[in-house]
Design a protein around this ligand. Structure first.
Ligand code: UTP
Length: 289
């Protein structure tokens, strides 16, 4: 019987060099979009998919991420005393159950694959989701919930995918497609950051995955790939042929908030999606364009 998907790993130990100096003393994952940090969007998305246990792979300077999910006792008392009950109710509604967050430390950011390997004890022998919080998703149905559904249908590994212009494939993990069934594609190979002329397609992996625990055995070999990093894509590729492996054309939009332009676009898109702000945002944007 298929094991239920209850666990998620959120790697947050990267250096965020594309966002310096903002990320010098602050974690990239704490950058807000409108009024919520990126990490909060990722956790909410995972909860909407039925995830109950979270593992943050953290590193130096990332403590604020964990603190964000603590009960802010003094703040709550102050809000109560000032009659700010709506704000208080919202904080409490977003509170995670005690004990459902674990953190592990990745002392040196050796790559995404290495970060996932650091969560091996948490993962154990269960399927798990991965959410890269700097990929911010705007979807009617949580992107991780879409992946969870595809996992139940296919019984194996599923990665969220999207098409990018051919000249940008060298920035992504790229799919070698076996069979294209529309919403789902079966995969016969994966290659991380290929040269444009060698890319097997322009279907690329975004920062959302559901993987089987066997990937850990491959990660443990610590083989270095593109950019000298331990690449998750390389170990995922080794599962192909031994387990079902599919790409899912998810429904929704992705914003690369690790990138300045992507982050700016996310601010606008998420502000426009908020009924209390949309009209004003539209109005002031007109003044600029
Ligand atoms: P990125 O590729 O965006 O790297 O990582 P980065 O270091 O965060 O940012 P840049 O490229 O230097 O600007 C994708 C995700 O994987 C995590 C990051 O925190 C991010 O969520 N990551 C990456 C780790 O946790 N450890 C690593 O060694 C590398």
């Amino acid at each position: 019987m298929l094991k239920p998907l209850k666990k998620a790993v959120l790697p947050v130990a990267g250096l965020g060099t594309r966002f310096l100096p903002a990320t010098k003393a602050t974690a990239k994952e704490m950058l807000p979009v409108v009024d919520r940090p990126l990490i909060q969007y990722a956790v909410d998305e995972a909860r909407a998919a039925g995830i109950e246990q979270f593992c943050f792979v953290t590193g130096r300077g990332k403590t604020a991420i964990v603190e964000h999910f603590d009960v802010a006792f003094e703040l709550e008392r102050t809000l109560e005393a000032r009659g700010k009950l709506l704000e208080l109710a919202q904080l409490r509604a977003e509170q995670l159950d005690p004990g459902c967050i674990t953190t592990v430390r990745q002392q040196v950011p050796m790559g995404l694959g290495h970060a996932i390997w650091c969560a091996r004890s948490f993962i154990g022998d269960e399927p798990f989701a991965i959410l890269l919080p700097d990929d911010l998703m705007q979807c009617d149905v949580s992107c991780t919930a879409q992946l969870a559904q595809a996992y139940r249908e296919t019984g194996g590994n599923v990665v969220a995918i999207e098409q990018v212009p051919m000249e940008r494939v060298n920035k992504y993990g790229v799919l070698d497609i076996d069979q294209d069934m529309g919403r789902l594609v079966s995969i016969k190979g994966l290659v991380e950051k290929p040269a444009i002329e060698d890319a097997p397609s322009n279907l690329t992996i975004i920062g959302r995955y559901v993987l089987m625990p066997e990937v850990i055995g491959h990660l443990a070999k610590m083989e270095r790939g593109a950019g000298g990093e331990v690449q998750l894509t390389d170990s995922m590729a080794k599962l192909i042929g031994t387990q079902p492996f599919h790409g899912l054309r998810y429904e929704g939009r992705r914003f690369d908030c690790g990138d300045k332009l992507g982050y700016l676009e996310a601010q606008i898109a998420f502000a426009l999606a908020r009924p209390e702000m949309a009209a004003q945002v539209r109005e002031f944007l007109k003044g600029y364009v």
